[in-house]
Ligand binder design. Structure first.
Ligand SMILES: NC(=O)c1ccc[n+]([C@@H]2O[C@H](COP(=O)([O-])OP(=O)(O)OC[C@H]3O[C@@H](n4cnc5c(N)ncnc54)[C@H](O)[C@@H]3O)[C@@H](O)[C@H]2O)c1
Length: 383
């Protein structure tokens, strides 16, 4: 099968930039795709970070220290941008105005105003494909839940709970980084960092909160600054958002949580949906398992737990008897983005990466959550 090669530039060669390089390097894992990324150029303000790419990724031809030079490179069709949140607005707007397709990292701007600038650039460049990174919905168990929602299995929704929990920040000796500072991570704190992961599926299902009451916590006040001293931690560590969802004649509570300090949890992403006819849940804590509870009036209420086979959006060489992991979800997300760039609305399966309008909706929710924290009130959101 002939493949369309999509020539990528990577801006931000840190943790997530390298994850993309790894996914692109094992593209042969995917079967029956007519597209493939090739990372031809990289850019990082820190030359040592770009050096890793030059050594590890044979397709890289050019390394830049200024992202504007990468955007002027006519050999670059599309950009993956994974930089601190305070840089999203300027760099994403410049990428979009340069006419390059963009997979950007969440939260798509560090606040509502920054996000609005990105949305405005999109409006004048409607032909550029812009999506946000959000990989967890590509786990087979999450894809199963997407399918169940599409089939309308749940009956009347009783309640939804979704969250994303980390715990490495429980260690007060963990040094400070840009994610603990308002200037670089924004006032949202953990919501900006973890929140779009949590809201991606609920928003895809059309469940926009009509009101939010938030409880935000700062737990560790200061951390080692890496130079022998300590620095204040300025951002929210944990957020619990009690939301109400109204629409299409239904109304139900939705509890969203984003926690950097959830003892015992390392990258636990989950969604639980309870309905009058069907309930289901998936958590990356048990990444092989999907649980469901079909219900008929008067019948027993029994959870069914199955080991979900290795089956996600795109077919792979891995057999169904094996298990799926984080780097597989990154590969699947990249396949969905490249599929859309190569095939547009004729993409091979219908589940798209997180949309800019979903990122924009998440900003409305986080901004309302900050106001709720300040005022102690429940904040309404008009859509
Ligand atoms: N999808 C996920 O699971 C996931 C996980 C972690 C982080 N992220 C997101 O990825 C983004 C980056 O986070 P990270 O953890 O990779 O950060 P990181 O600190 O590991 O990497 C960021 C890189 O950007 C570079 N950089 C800074 N300013 C720059 C500039 N002006 N031009 C070019 N490069 C510049 C830094 O030198 C660094 O190498 C953030 O938006 C974050 O929210 C996503």
């Amino acid at each position: 099968m002939s493949k369309r090669i999509i020539r990528f530039g990577v801006i931000g060669c840190g943790l997530m930039g390298k994850e993309f390089a790894s996914a692109a390097a094992r593209w042969c894992h995917l079967t029956s795709v007519n597209f493939e990324p090739s990372i031809v150029a990289v850019c990082d303000a820190n030359p040592a970070a770009a050096e890793w790419f030059k050594e590890q990724v044979p397709s890289v031809e050019r390394a830049y220290a200024d992202y504007r030079e990468l955007l002027a490179d006519s050999a670059v069709d599309a950009v993956y941008c994974a930089v601190p949140h305070n840089l999203h607005a300027q760099i994403y707007v410049d990428i979009i105005n340069a006419g390059k397709h963009l997979l950007g990292e969440k939260p798509f701007g560090m606040d509502l105003e920054a996000n609005a600038a990105i949305q405005a650039a999109l409006e004048v460049n409607p032909d550029v494909i812009v999506r946000s990174s959000s990989e967890f919905p590509f786990f087979p168990g999450a894809q199963q839940i997407v399918q169940w929602v599409k089939e309308g299995r749940f009956g009347k929704i009783i309640e939804v709970e979704a969250g994303f929990w980390h715990s490495s920040d429980l260690d007060p000796t963990k040094p400070i980084n840009w994610k603990r500072r308002i200037a670089t991570n924004g006032e949202y704190g953990c919501m900006g960092d973890l929140g779009l992961h949590v809201l991606h599926l609920p928003l895809r299902f059309g469940w926009k909160p009509s009101s939010v009451r938030s409880l935000l916590s700062k737990i560790v006040d200061e951390r080692p600054d890496g130079r022998g001293g300590v620095a204040p931690c300025e951002t929210w560590d944990n957020a619990i958002l009690a939301c109400e969802v109204e629409g299409n004649g239904s109304r139900f509570p939705m509890l969203l949580s984003m926690k950097r300090i959830a003892p015992g949890h390392a990258n636990t992403w989950f969604i639980r949906i309870q309905g009058t006819a069907f309930s289901a849940e998936f958590t990356t804590k048990n990444p092989k398992q999907a649980a469901s509870l079909p219900y008929e009036p008067g019948c027993p209420q029994a959870w069914h737990v199955v080991d979900a086979p290795y089956r996600s959006a795109y077919d792979t060489i891995t057999g169904g008897i094996f298990e799926f992991g984080f780097s597989d979800s990154i590969l699947q997300m990249w396949a969905a983005f490249c599929d859309e760039v190569a095939n547009g609305e004729k993409m091979r399966q219908p589940f798209k990466c997180a949309l800019p309008e979903e990122a924009a909706a998440s900003h409305r929710v986080f901004t309302a959550a900050l106001e709720s924290e300040r005022t102690g009130q429940t904040i309404s959101i008009d859509w």
